[in-house]
Design a protein around this ligand. Structure first.
Ligand code: PDD
Length: 278
Protein backbone atom coordinates (compact mmCIF):
# COMPACT_ATOMS: atom_id res chain seq x y z
CA UNK A 1 0.00 0.00 0.00
CA UNK A 2 0.89 3.63 -0.43
CA UNK A 3 0.27 5.46 2.83
CA UNK A 4 0.16 9.12 3.78
CA UNK A 5 2.45 10.52 6.49
CA UNK A 6 2.65 14.25 7.24
CA UNK A 7 2.19 15.38 3.64
CA UNK A 8 4.24 12.60 2.04
CA UNK A 9 3.19 9.52 0.06
CA UNK A 10 5.27 6.46 0.98
CA UNK A 11 5.20 2.68 0.59
CA UNK A 12 3.85 1.32 3.92
CA UNK A 13 7.22 -0.25 4.81
CA UNK A 14 8.95 3.12 4.60
CA UNK A 15 6.60 5.19 6.77
CA UNK A 16 8.29 5.88 10.13
CA UNK A 17 7.14 7.71 13.23
CA UNK A 18 8.99 8.54 16.44
CA UNK A 19 8.95 6.22 19.47
CA UNK A 20 8.21 9.43 21.41
CA UNK A 21 5.00 10.05 19.51
CA UNK A 22 2.27 10.82 22.07
CA UNK A 23 -0.16 8.75 20.07
CA UNK A 24 2.08 5.74 20.80
CA UNK A 25 2.92 6.63 24.43
CA UNK A 26 -0.41 8.07 25.67
CA UNK A 27 -3.04 7.25 23.00
CA UNK A 28 -3.03 11.05 22.61
CA UNK A 29 -4.60 10.82 19.16
CA UNK A 30 -7.87 11.11 17.25
CA UNK A 31 -8.92 8.84 14.41
CA UNK A 32 -11.60 8.45 11.77
CA UNK A 33 -12.69 5.55 9.58
CA UNK A 34 -14.50 6.32 6.33
CA UNK A 35 -15.94 3.67 4.03
CA UNK A 36 -15.14 3.58 0.32
CA UNK A 37 -17.59 1.88 -2.06
CA UNK A 38 -17.08 1.82 -5.81
CA UNK A 39 -14.07 4.10 -5.30
CA UNK A 40 -16.28 6.76 -3.66
CA UNK A 41 -16.21 8.11 -0.11
CA UNK A 42 -19.33 7.38 1.98
CA UNK A 43 -20.65 10.24 4.17
CA UNK A 44 -17.35 12.14 3.92
CA UNK A 45 -18.67 15.52 5.09
CA UNK A 46 -20.02 14.08 8.34
CA UNK A 47 -16.77 12.23 9.08
CA UNK A 48 -14.78 15.42 8.42
CA UNK A 49 -17.03 17.39 10.77
CA UNK A 50 -16.66 14.80 13.56
CA UNK A 51 -12.89 14.74 13.07
CA UNK A 52 -12.75 18.49 13.61
CA UNK A 53 -14.89 18.22 16.72
CA UNK A 54 -12.82 15.36 18.23
CA UNK A 55 -9.60 17.30 17.61
CA UNK A 56 -11.09 20.41 19.17
CA UNK A 57 -12.12 18.47 22.30
CA UNK A 58 -8.47 17.55 22.98
CA UNK A 59 -7.14 20.98 22.04
CA UNK A 60 -5.96 20.23 18.51
CA UNK A 61 -6.88 21.64 15.11
CA UNK A 62 -6.94 20.11 11.65
CA UNK A 63 -3.39 19.46 10.36
CA UNK A 64 -4.30 20.89 6.93
CA UNK A 65 -6.98 22.95 5.22
CA UNK A 66 -10.43 21.31 4.83
CA UNK A 67 -10.18 21.20 1.02
CA UNK A 68 -6.74 19.59 1.34
CA UNK A 69 -8.19 16.93 3.67
CA UNK A 70 -10.82 15.99 1.09
CA UNK A 71 -8.16 15.99 -1.65
CA UNK A 72 -5.98 13.60 0.41
CA UNK A 73 -8.93 11.23 0.89
CA UNK A 74 -9.55 11.21 -2.86
CA UNK A 75 -5.87 10.81 -3.66
CA UNK A 76 -5.30 7.84 -1.31
CA UNK A 77 -8.19 5.99 -2.98
CA UNK A 78 -6.67 6.57 -6.43
CA UNK A 79 -3.07 5.79 -5.40
CA UNK A 80 -4.19 2.45 -3.93
CA UNK A 81 -6.77 1.72 -6.61
CA UNK A 82 -9.23 1.13 -3.75
CA UNK A 83 -12.65 0.01 -4.95
CA UNK A 84 -14.19 -1.19 -1.68
CA UNK A 85 -12.92 -0.88 1.87
CA UNK A 86 -12.00 1.91 4.21
CA UNK A 87 -9.70 4.82 4.85
CA UNK A 88 -8.12 5.01 8.32
CA UNK A 89 -6.88 8.42 9.42
CA UNK A 90 -5.08 9.28 12.65
CA UNK A 91 -3.78 12.56 14.02
CA UNK A 92 -1.70 12.53 17.19
CA UNK A 93 -0.49 15.52 19.16
CA UNK A 94 3.07 14.83 18.01
CA UNK A 95 6.37 13.71 19.53
CA UNK A 96 8.30 15.03 22.53
CA UNK A 97 10.17 13.43 25.43
CA UNK A 98 7.76 11.44 27.57
CA UNK A 99 5.91 13.67 30.04
CA UNK A 100 2.30 13.65 31.27
CA UNK A 101 2.32 17.38 30.70
CA UNK A 102 2.31 18.12 27.00
CA UNK A 103 3.59 21.32 25.53
CA UNK A 104 2.07 23.63 22.96
CA UNK A 105 3.29 23.84 19.43
CA UNK A 106 4.15 20.19 18.77
CA UNK A 107 4.03 19.17 15.13
CA UNK A 108 1.12 16.71 14.87
CA UNK A 109 1.64 13.27 13.33
CA UNK A 110 -0.89 12.70 10.58
CA UNK A 111 -1.19 9.28 8.99
CA UNK A 112 -3.66 7.76 6.56
CA UNK A 113 -3.87 4.28 5.09
CA UNK A 114 -6.43 2.18 3.25
CA UNK A 115 -7.76 -1.33 3.90
CA UNK A 116 -9.45 -3.22 1.07
CA UNK A 117 -12.51 -5.02 2.48
CA UNK A 118 -15.64 -6.72 1.31
CA UNK A 119 -18.06 -4.31 3.00
CA UNK A 120 -21.18 -4.92 0.89
CA UNK A 121 -20.90 -8.68 0.52
CA UNK A 122 -19.84 -9.46 4.11
CA UNK A 123 -21.24 -13.01 4.65
CA UNK A 124 -22.24 -12.11 8.21
CA UNK A 125 -25.06 -9.93 6.87
CA UNK A 126 -27.01 -13.06 5.92
CA UNK A 127 -26.64 -14.92 9.20
CA UNK A 128 -26.36 -11.96 11.59
CA UNK A 129 -24.04 -11.54 14.57
CA UNK A 130 -23.91 -13.35 17.88
CA UNK A 131 -22.87 -11.05 20.69
CA UNK A 132 -22.03 -11.35 24.35
CA UNK A 133 -22.22 -8.59 26.96
CA UNK A 134 -19.50 -7.08 29.15
CA UNK A 135 -19.34 -4.13 31.54
CA UNK A 136 -18.39 -0.87 29.82
CA UNK A 137 -15.04 -0.02 31.38
CA UNK A 138 -13.93 2.60 28.87
CA UNK A 139 -13.32 6.19 29.93
CA UNK A 140 -16.31 8.54 30.17
CA UNK A 141 -15.67 10.72 27.08
CA UNK A 142 -16.65 8.18 24.43
CA UNK A 143 -18.05 10.99 22.28
CA UNK A 144 -14.44 11.78 21.32
CA UNK A 145 -13.00 9.36 18.76
CA UNK A 146 -9.63 8.73 20.42
CA UNK A 147 -7.29 5.80 19.77
CA UNK A 148 -7.72 4.53 23.36
CA UNK A 149 -9.14 1.20 22.20
CA UNK A 150 -7.47 -1.28 24.55
CA UNK A 151 -10.60 -2.22 26.50
CA UNK A 152 -12.88 -2.83 23.50
CA UNK A 153 -10.02 -4.71 21.84
CA UNK A 154 -9.55 -6.98 24.90
CA UNK A 155 -13.25 -7.77 25.29
CA UNK A 156 -13.85 -8.32 21.57
CA UNK A 157 -10.90 -10.72 21.38
CA UNK A 158 -12.21 -12.60 24.44
CA UNK A 159 -15.67 -12.74 22.81
CA UNK A 160 -14.15 -14.21 19.63
CA UNK A 161 -12.43 -16.82 21.77
CA UNK A 162 -15.90 -17.85 23.02
CA UNK A 163 -17.31 -18.07 19.49
CA UNK A 164 -19.12 -14.71 19.53
CA UNK A 165 -18.77 -12.01 16.87
CA UNK A 166 -18.91 -8.90 19.05
CA UNK A 167 -19.61 -7.44 22.48
CA UNK A 168 -22.35 -5.18 23.81
CA UNK A 169 -20.98 -2.92 26.52
CA UNK A 170 -23.26 -2.25 29.48
CA UNK A 171 -23.24 0.61 31.96
CA UNK A 172 -25.79 1.24 34.76
CA UNK A 173 -27.93 -1.56 33.36
CA UNK A 174 -28.16 -0.07 29.87
CA UNK A 175 -26.32 -0.95 26.65
CA UNK A 176 -23.97 1.81 25.55
CA UNK A 177 -22.41 0.51 22.31
CA UNK A 178 -20.80 -2.51 20.68
CA UNK A 179 -16.97 -2.65 20.60
CA UNK A 180 -16.90 -0.41 17.51
CA UNK A 181 -20.48 0.30 16.49
CA UNK A 182 -23.74 1.83 17.72
CA UNK A 183 -26.51 -0.54 18.86
CA UNK A 184 -30.19 -0.29 17.90
CA UNK A 185 -33.31 -2.37 18.53
CA UNK A 186 -36.74 -2.51 16.94
CA UNK A 187 -39.60 -3.19 19.32
CA UNK A 188 -42.69 -5.29 18.63
CA UNK A 189 -44.63 -2.25 17.36
CA UNK A 190 -41.91 -1.46 14.77
CA UNK A 191 -40.32 1.49 16.60
CA UNK A 192 -36.57 1.91 16.24
CA UNK A 193 -35.01 2.50 19.66
CA UNK A 194 -31.48 3.80 20.00
CA UNK A 195 -29.55 5.34 22.84
CA UNK A 196 -29.60 9.17 22.82
CA UNK A 197 -26.33 11.00 22.13
CA UNK A 198 -24.26 11.94 25.18
CA UNK A 199 -20.67 11.61 26.36
CA UNK A 200 -21.38 7.89 26.92
CA UNK A 201 -21.33 6.97 23.20
CA UNK A 202 -19.72 7.96 19.94
CA UNK A 203 -22.04 10.02 17.73
CA UNK A 204 -21.95 7.51 14.89
CA UNK A 205 -22.13 8.90 11.39
CA UNK A 206 -23.93 5.76 10.23
CA UNK A 207 -26.28 6.06 13.24
CA UNK A 208 -27.27 9.58 12.14
CA UNK A 209 -27.86 8.42 8.55
CA UNK A 210 -29.91 5.41 9.66
CA UNK A 211 -32.12 7.57 11.90
CA UNK A 212 -32.68 10.06 9.08
CA UNK A 213 -33.53 7.26 6.66
CA UNK A 214 -35.84 5.54 9.17
CA UNK A 215 -37.77 8.76 9.86
CA UNK A 216 -38.06 9.50 6.13
CA UNK A 217 -39.30 5.94 5.58
CA UNK A 218 -42.05 6.29 8.21
CA UNK A 219 -40.32 4.16 10.87
CA UNK A 220 -40.86 5.81 14.28
CA UNK A 221 -37.64 6.53 16.22
CA UNK A 222 -37.20 6.77 19.98
CA UNK A 223 -33.85 7.94 21.36
CA UNK A 224 -33.43 6.40 24.81
CA UNK A 225 -31.39 3.80 26.63
CA UNK A 226 -32.40 0.13 26.77
CA UNK A 227 -31.30 -2.85 28.86
CA UNK A 228 -29.87 -6.20 27.77
CA UNK A 229 -33.21 -7.83 28.71
CA UNK A 230 -35.12 -5.36 26.53
CA UNK A 231 -32.76 -6.01 23.60
CA UNK A 232 -33.11 -9.78 24.04
CA UNK A 233 -36.92 -9.44 24.02
CA UNK A 234 -36.94 -7.01 21.06
CA UNK A 235 -38.29 -7.94 17.62
CA UNK A 236 -34.95 -7.07 15.97
CA UNK A 237 -31.51 -5.77 16.83
CA UNK A 238 -28.73 -4.34 14.67
CA UNK A 239 -25.44 -2.45 14.70
CA UNK A 240 -24.37 0.54 12.65
CA UNK A 241 -20.85 1.62 11.73
CA UNK A 242 -18.84 2.86 8.77
CA UNK A 243 -17.40 -0.62 8.26
CA UNK A 244 -20.62 -2.64 8.60
CA UNK A 245 -23.35 -0.09 7.63
CA UNK A 246 -26.46 -1.84 9.03
CA UNK A 247 -25.53 -5.24 10.51
CA UNK A 248 -28.15 -7.60 12.03
CA UNK A 249 -27.60 -9.05 15.52
CA UNK A 250 -29.39 -12.37 16.08
CA UNK A 251 -28.26 -13.50 19.52
CA UNK A 252 -27.31 -11.83 22.81
CA UNK A 253 -25.64 -13.89 25.56
CA UNK A 254 -26.95 -17.13 24.02
CA UNK A 255 -30.52 -15.82 23.78
CA UNK A 256 -31.86 -15.69 20.17
CA UNK A 257 -33.69 -12.52 19.12
CA UNK A 258 -37.12 -13.43 17.72
CA UNK A 259 -36.49 -16.48 15.50
CA UNK A 260 -32.71 -15.99 15.49
CA UNK A 261 -32.55 -14.70 11.91
CA UNK A 262 -31.94 -11.13 10.62
CA UNK A 263 -35.20 -9.18 10.92
CA UNK A 264 -37.26 -7.69 8.06
CA UNK A 265 -37.02 -4.04 9.19
CA UNK A 266 -33.25 -4.40 9.63
CA UNK A 267 -33.01 -5.72 6.06
CA UNK A 268 -35.19 -2.88 4.82
CA UNK A 269 -33.12 -0.27 6.64
CA UNK A 270 -29.92 -1.74 5.20
CA UNK A 271 -31.38 -1.67 1.68
CA UNK A 272 -32.61 1.93 2.15
CA UNK A 273 -29.23 2.95 3.55
CA UNK A 274 -27.35 1.46 0.58
CA UNK A 275 -29.80 3.05 -1.84
CA UNK A 276 -29.59 6.45 -0.18
CA UNK A 277 -25.87 6.72 0.61
CA UNK A 278 -24.10 4.86 -2.21
N1 PDD B 1 -15.81 2.45 14.77
N2 PDD B 1 -19.16 3.44 18.42
C1 PDD B 1 -17.84 3.15 18.49
C2 PDD B 1 -17.23 2.89 19.81
C3 PDD B 1 -17.08 3.09 17.31
O1 PDD B 1 -15.77 2.79 17.38
C4 PDD B 1 -17.71 3.31 16.05
C5 PDD B 1 -16.95 3.25 14.75
C6 PDD B 1 -19.08 3.60 16.04
C7 PDD B 1 -19.85 3.86 14.76
O2 PDD B 1 -19.53 5.13 14.22
P1 PDD B 1 -19.57 5.40 12.64
O3 PDD B 1 -20.96 5.04 12.20
O4 PDD B 1 -19.31 6.84 12.51
O5 PDD B 1 -18.54 4.51 12.03
C8 PDD B 1 -19.77 3.68 17.24
C9 PDD B 1 -14.94 2.43 13.59
C10 PDD B 1 -15.60 1.91 12.36
C11 PDD B 1 -13.66 1.69 13.95
O6 PDD B 1 -13.18 1.92 15.04
O7 PDD B 1 -13.13 0.93 13.13
Amino acid sequence: RIVHLNGQWLPETEARISIFDRGFLFADAIYEVTAVIGGKLVDYAAHAARLKRSLHEIGLGLPCAEEQMLALHREIVVRNDLKEGLIYLQISRGAEDRDFIYHDGLAPTFVMFTQARNVLGNPRIERGLKVVTAPDRRWSRRDIKTTQLLYPSLVKTAAHGQGADDVFLVEDGLITEASGANVHIIDRSGTLITRALSQAILPGITRASVLEIARAGGIPVEERGFSVAEAQAAAECFLSSATSFVMPVVEIDGQPISDGAPGPLTRRLRALYLEDRL
